[in-house]
Write a protein that binds this ligand. Structure first.
Ligand SMILES: *[C@@H]1O[C@H](CO)[C@@H](O)[C@H](O)[C@H]1NC(C)=O
Ligand SMILES: *[C@@H]1O[C@H](CO)[C@@H](O)[C@H](O)[C@H]1NC(C)=O
Ligand SMILES: *[C@@H]1O[C@H](CO)[C@@H](O)[C@H](O)[C@H]1NC(C)=O
Length: 523
């Protein structure tokens, strides 16, 4: 029996139609998703892809182009498109290392401390520019390896050319194009100012006032940043102090004391506290009474820390970049107190901080500028970029290797190298004290219990302890309750005192008769 020619079933044809529709939709959707990052159609001529984008925005087909670190071929391709100048950058000292720009120690009290000079072009020869195009040297597209003097040099040359283009006061826009897979340094050219990425070219329209401020700062942490009269942004917006609590209630008392200490300086800034859901409603109530405005967050895991390690959730700090109501935020860890007004430091840009060791800053107190694209970039890169300690400090230092040095006393680390010194006095001129080691509220009021253990005595300081308890004494009773001593903490202190006595520690703090009333009223 011959089979009948099979007619296409109506179901099949509508299924094919559906597939086509799905394909069209998906293609469209994916293009939308790529948004700014879509590859621009390749031009038919040999001039570079960014030209049409910039031309449209400048509003002319012929404009002034400066080339930094580019070949003659690349200059020739642009000759019919505008007045092209090749910028003479000046020779970079081959021996200059990142550690020369970011030394571990500098003499902060000396006025003679100077950064090495990076050669700059003769700016007078390159004025009235519409666009500066630079090839950025880069050893690696994605990972780290960003502490690169040659890369910084090119970025700073571009920044200086833009600032001196005569357009800072507004008026005609000026653009920067960076050629190369790693793009510009985002510490200088914010991701917010990215107009479009065309293949390997990154087109920026930078905010010149911001860039102007950055080029006035020293080229590295080799000098303390000089006082700045103005904040770099076009409009001075809202500013806030902020701290973060996550994973436990251990620092609730610390955050309360911090707020109280900031308020005692008569600040004009907001106080914002980010808290995850491990902080109880009662604590939130206390924190609010202490002066914080509360924002609830979901904590963020550090991808490289071990489970249950002390810094497993420290990447929660990244949420600070989501505080989009603020132009600038000064983050302060909950184990600090402020002893002198820090308000005037808000003029400094992201990231300004005090030094830690080697070439890195201490992330316990830092100025940052909230931005959604910065936040997203940090969230994306946290999977790729290695953190030396698995914590946020290591990560942020890899992400912002070009940071600005504030004086040590803005974040005075309670840390003493000297053996045999039983005084451990803190500096009188400190702006904020950072309580490393056992926290004051985990000790007795009478003395710093870091003295009682060999492992923590380098953090011990009675004068710092006394300063913290002064803030406590100024707090209303209902806030002091959050600093009660737990029976476990009390038992730990007693145990350490017994051991210190047996070992006959020379500082003799174990002899002190304890009067702290918290000892009697354990929580
Ligand atoms: C730092 O500089 C000051 C002022 O010039 C000087 O008195 C002091 O000795 C210097 N300190 C060190 C450790 O070099
Ligand atoms: C804050 O203001 C109060 C009341 O005006 C004043 O008594 C106090 O001295 C001020 N504190 C500081 C640190 O300026
Ligand atoms: C991480 O957070 C914990 C608890 O909040 C804190 O004790 C620790 O010092 C932080 N670690 C780093 C590296 O910042």
């Amino acid at each position: 029996m011959a089979s009948k020619p099979s007619k296409p079933k109506p179901l099949t044809s509508s299924f094919i139609l559906f597939l086509i529709a799905l394909l069209v939709f998906t293609t469209y959707y994916l293009r939308q998703l790529h948004g700014d990052f879509q590859t621009y159609p390749k031009p038919s001529t040999n001039y570079p892809g960014w030209y049409d984008v910039v031309s449209r925005r400048v509003g002319r087909e012929w404009f002034n182009i400066a080339l930094v670190n580019m070949d003659d071929d690349e200059a020739a391709a642009l000759e019919t498109k505008g007045r092209v100048v090749k910028v003479e950058m000046g020779p970079l000292d081959e021996g200059l290392r990142w550690s020369d720009l970011f030394p571990e120690w500098i003499n902060e009290s000396s006025t003679k401390t100077r950064c090495p000079e990076l050669p700059m072009p003769e700016f007078g020869r390159y004025e009235e520019l519409d666009v500066v195009v630079a090839r950025v040297p880069c050893s690696e597209c994605e990972g780290s390896g960003w502490r690169d003097v040659a890369r910084l040099h090119v970025n700073l040359v571009v920044a200086n050319l833009l600032v001196r283009s005569g357009r800072v006061g507004g008026g005609r826009p000026v653009f920067a194009v960076f050629v190369g897979c790693c793009g510009p340094m985002w510490e200088i050219f914010r991701c917010d100012d990215l107009v479009l990425r065309v293949g390997d070219s990154w087109i920026y329209r930078p905010q010149l006032r911001r860039i102007k401020q950055l080029v006035q700062l020293p080229v590295g942490s080799c000098q303390v940043s000089p006082p700045l009269a103005h904040s770099g942004s076009e409009l001075r917006g809202a500013e806030a102090y902020a701290t973060v609590l996550h994973s436990s209630e251990a620092y609730v008392c610390g955050a309360i004391a911090l707020a109280q200490s900031i308020l005692q300086t008569n600040t004009t800034k907001d106080l914002i506290l980010l808290a995850d859901d491990h902080v109880s409603p009662q604590s939130i109530h206390g924190l609010r009474s202490a002066g914080w405005k509360i924002k609830r967050i979901r904590r963020i895991r550090s991808p490289q820390s071990r489970k249950n390690s002390y810094n497993e959730w420290n990447y929660s700090k990244l949420r600070l970049w989501q505080l989009l109501d603020y132009d600038k935020v000064m983050f302060i860890d909950a184990d600090l107190i402020v002893t002198r007004s820090l308000d005037h430091f808000f003029t400094y840009p992201q990231i300004s901080a005090a030094p830690n060791n080697k070439e890195i800053f201490n992330s316990g107190l830092m100025l940052l500028e909230p931005s959604l694209c910065t936040f997203r970039t940090l969230m994306r890169r946290r999977w790729l970029v290695r953190s030396y300690n698995g914590g946020d400090q290591g990560f942020l230092n890899e992400m912002f290797p070009w940071w600005h040095r504030l004086p040590k006393r803005i974040n005075h680390l309670k840390f003493f190298r000297s053996d045999g010194d039983y005084e451990h006095r803190i500096a009188e001129d400190a702006y904020a004290l950072h309580y490393l080691g056992l926290k004051p509220w985990m000790c007795y009021k009478d003395y710093d219990c870091n003295w009682d253990k060999a492992a923590t005595r380098r953090f011990a300081s009675d004068s710092a302890n006394e300063r913290w308890w002064r803030v406590y004494d100024g707090m209303p009773e209902k806030l002091r309750r959050f600093c009660a001593l737990t029976p476990e903490a009390d038992a730990r202190i007693r145990n350490n005192r017994v051991k210190a006595k047996r070992a006959k520690f020379g500082d003799g703090h174990w002899r002190i008769k304890v009067n702290d009333p918290r000892q009697i009223h354990l929580s």
